[in-house]
Design a protein around this ligand. Structure first.
Ligand SMILES: [Zn+2]
Length: 447
């Protein structure tokens, strides 16, 4: 449609202009305040600013890139979960890094008045900042003195955060099968089932981008994943093609360099149209824009995406025939999250009468969800996300068992593997007794 295309171009130009040589803005102040539940950092500028942000872990950081801005003389004051604020010049702006003490439960950024960015970080689940005084503005001198010795770090496993994205929804029904089955309903059902299966596993925290028949713009789906600090974003769809004989499942990762097949290209185009269906004109099929918006950290995320995608594909292969036996690449908008490994699964062809019937069966949808879950679990079994924590100087290398302890709570508390703990103490099972002394196999590395 020509008109839609013109509008898309206008939006594209507007977005590009926002990242062009923006008017200069100077950072006036960076103030933090903290309560037991959350920490807020307010970044004030003397002119309007354009910005984007992302999260990194190991160690935990929030990175905010402000286009066309300069630091001026402002220094940051840390408080609460924010250990330190750092500033660095980008080619066309200012990078602000918040070094965090621990992984926050959630992160959100909002534009404030008149020209401010407010960062809200809620405290981690087991509050690592319980002692933070309420609403205190720390003076620069109050920052912690440098530690006398290099901190000793140890890796501690943390929950795997998976964001499941049932495709389409609300007024956007997605593809519709020959007898009327709608992609949006199939995707929601499989998504819910996948959530249930993953949550039944220890160490998974799962969120859906939609849990009802509602329209969620593509950009919002990405935002949900990033704000949840997702380790994986899984978008669930059902394919369609003019030729009703087309069948089987496919798994996609993002491509910035074009699609792996003509079908992949057409498919990306159709899935990306969701926002036009919803009347919202944000489009970024354009590769130039993608390049501007993407961060180099995507390379690492992409590598993980491909790995997870091939394991999921393997799981799906156990169900029936695959449409393509290798991971496919295409420029899907929902996959354009720079720091979150993301995959898009076309579970089957809803346009194929036989596969439409299968997708209509709750049993079959459960089987699909189970295949997805097994691929995802397989990956995170191998690459368990960890965060580095500091081991206090003179950390105990031994621990005396107290009432209420179990081997796994001890392992978790000291960030050691359960197997390593068993081996270090020549334990056969998990039976320990109160008063028993356990050796802690803490492996340490200087930062
Ligand atoms: Zn779809």
């Amino acid at each position: 449609m020509r008109r839609a295309r013109l509008r898309a171009c206008a939006v594209l130009l507007a977005l590009l202009a926002a990242w062009g040589p923006a008017q200069a803005a100077t950072l006036l102040s960076a103030a933090s305040q903290a309560s037991a539940e959350r920490t807020e950092v307010e970044l004030r500028f003397d002119a309007p600013v354009q910005w984007r942000w992302f999260r990194l872990d190991g160690p935990e950081r929030v990175v905010i890139d402000v286009s066309g801005a300069a630091q001026g003389g402002a220094q940051g004051a840390a408080a609460g979960i924010v250990e330190r604020l750092r500033f660095g010049a980008l080619e066309d702006g200012l990078r602000i890094v918040l070094d965090l003490e621990a992984a926050p439960e959630s992160v959100s950024l909002a534009a404030g008045e008149p020209h401010a960015i407010t960062v809200r970080l809620s405290a981690p689940p087991q509050s690592a900042v319980a002692s933070a005084p309420p609403a205190v503005l720390a003076a620069p001198e109050a920052q912690p003195a440098p530690r006398p010795t290099a901190p000793v770090m140890t890796a501690v496993a943390r929950p795997v955060v998976v964001v499941i994205d049932p495709g389409h929804g609300g007024k956007d029904s997605g593809a519709v099968g020959p007898s009327g089955l709608m992609e949006k309903n199939v995707a929601l059902s499989i998504g819910r089932e996948l959530k249930r299966l993953l949550e039944a596993q220890a160490g998974f925290r799962v969120r859906l981008t939609r849990d009802s028949d509602t329209f969620v713009p593509l950009r919002d789906r990405i935002r949900i994943a990033r704000e949840a600090g997702a380790d994986l974003f899984v978008s669930i769809h059902a394919d369609a093609f003019d030729d009703r004989r087309a069948h089987g499942s496919s798994v996609y990762v993002l491509s910035n360099r074009g699609a792996s097949s003509e079908h992949a290209r057409l498919l990306a185009r159709r899935e990306n149209e969701a926002d036009l269906v919803g009347g919202i004109e944000i489009q970024d099929r354009d590769e130039t824009l993608a390049a501007v918006l993407l961060d180099i950290s995507q390379n690492a995320a992409l590598e993980a995406s491909v790995d997870i995608a091939s394991r999921v594909l393997q799981g799906m292969g156990g169900l029936g025939r695959l449409h393509k036996s290798t991971v496919q690449r295409a420029g899907f908008v929902v996959l354009k999250s720079p720091d979150v490994p993301s995959i898009l699964v076309e579970t089957a062809f809803i346009s194929n009468p036989r596969e439409e019937r299968q997708l209509g069966s709750a049993r079959h949808r459960q089987r699909i969800a189970a295949a997805l879950a097994s691929g995802i679990e397989d990956y995170f079994h191998q690459y368990r996300p960890a965060r580095l924590v500091e081991v206090p100087a003179g950390a105990p290398q031994e621990y005396t068992v107290r009432a209420g302890d179990t081997l796994s709570t001890i392992a978790e508390r000291f960030g050691v593997g359960l197997d390593a703990l068993r081996t270090a103490n020549a334990l056969r099972g998990d039976v320990i007794r109160v008063g028993q002394t356990l050796r802690l196999p803490i492996t340490t590395a200087a930062r």
